[in-house]
Write a protein that binds this ligand. Structure first.
Ligand code: ATP
Length: 357
């Protein structure tokens, strides 16, 4: 992709390339977001999320490209002059300092006099509901409390941009969910522009206005959570964001509006726009498949019934050994492994992508 000139976005990263010891891990990277947005960089390990974050923060130099923040080209500015705060995965707090001293550290590093730190530190700590802990050593705090202190330290300097690199990964699931809700509310209330790095798709869906799904140093799709889920642009996004049944096939007929696809389970109909002969992958989200006949119907042998409480998930195997998933609300009984099922869904709910060569 040809890099475009910086536009009027609050953050404008364009044409960024990066190699490590001769191996290119990112090239022609363009990434833009607006003021006040919460954006996640989502992708599997090694796809370049942290590299992009570090380049934006100024902790790593890009080989090519520019970073423009608030209309100012900051590409050549060192990290400490960018007014960007980073919350790291391990919080990077100083264990020998108190909570308040840790929070004051960023201000002190920017030359704020000790006496002038007290009020902003108190405010930042009360934002994350840690004001009662100001005098405690950081080493005496729980993981969730340390995470709050790291956020207070990042916010106390009133950054133009907040970057969070897997901020919740050290927390257990319940605490992680609580922190996600809290942090999202805090950032929204304060109108803070932030980028989350995560490889957890549920976290990205839950906290972000938009998600950039990355794969092998490229953004595959950049959209709001519902678009990513309902209209994944590529098979990679379909697989990475949410679960789906996948069936391989070949287009046998297409009138522009609808494609007829030959699969191991018979002919299926999908939204059109493919040349006859094109190898494709059909996808359907599990909650959009239901037992019985539909515009598309397949037979599958039931491999497993998982009763999860709020939902029951049926795992099946269709002809051609394609795996099929069907999710039903609530607790459902009366089905056993080995049953032959008819499963149906609508054409509109059928996702179709050209299969990777
Ligand atoms: P993770 O989720 O595991 O943190 P990531 O998406 O953040 O992964 P990066 O850390 O950005 O991925 O790494 C992108 C690629 O660049 C990987 O192939 C990685 O091995 C490589 N890489 C990153 N930093 C360095 C480095 N300092 N030296 C050599 N290779 C590096």
């Amino acid at each position: 992709m040809t890099p475009q000139a910086p536009g009027r976005h609050y953050l404008d990263v364009w044409g960024v390339a990066k190699s490590f010891r001769g191996t290119r891990v990112m090239s022609g990277m363009n990434f833009r977001m607006d003021r006040g947005e919460l954006v996640s960089l989502l992708g599997p390990s090694g796809c370049g999320k942290t590299t992009l974050l570090r380049i934006i923060a100024g902790l790593m130099e890009a080989d090519e490209g520019d970073v423009v923040l608030g209309g100012r080209n900051i590409t050549r500015l060192p990290a400490h002059r960018r007014n960007i705060s980073v919350v790291f995965q391990n919080y990077a707090l100083f264990p020998h300092l108190s909570v308040a001293e840790n929070v004051a550290f960023g201000l002190r590093a920017r030359g704020t006099a000790k006496a002038a730190c007290a009020q902003p530190v108190e405010e930042a700590l009360s934002l994350v509901r840690m004001d009662a802990f100001a005098g405690r050593p950081v080493s005496a705090l729980s993981g969730g409390q340390q995470q709050r202190v790291a956020v207070a330290r990042a916010l106390v300097v009133q950054p133009d941009l907040l970057l969070l690199d897997e901020p919740f990964s050290a927390l257990d699931r319940k605490l992680r969910e609580t922190m996600q809700v809290e942090l999202k509310a805090l950032l929204r209330d304060r109108g803070i522009t932030a980028i989350f790095v995560t490889h957890d798709q549920e976290e990205a869906m839950g906290v972000s206005d938009r998600i950039a799904v990355m794969n092998a140093g490229k953004i595959e799709q950049f959209a709001d959570p519902s678009t990513l889920y309902a209209r994944p642009a590529t098979p990679f996004v379909m697989d990475f964001v949410g679960l789906s049944t996948r069936l391989s096939g070949r287009v046998v007929q297409d009138d522009g509006a609808r494609s007829i696809v030959e699969t191991g389970c018979g002919l299926l109909t999908a939204p059109g726009g493919f040349a006859p002969g094109t190898p494709v992958q059909i996808g359907v989200r599990p909650e959009l498949i239901s037992p019985g006949e539909g515009e598309n119907t397949i037979s599958a042998r039931l491999r497993d019934v998982m009763v999860l409480g709020a939902k029951t998930v049926l795992h099946g195997e269709a002809a051609g050994s394609d795996r099929v998933m069907c999710e039903l609300p609530g607790i459902r009984g009366g089905m056993t492994r080995g049953d032959e099922l008819r499963l149906g869904w609508s054409v509109a709910d059928t996702l179709i992508h050209e299969a990777a060569a």
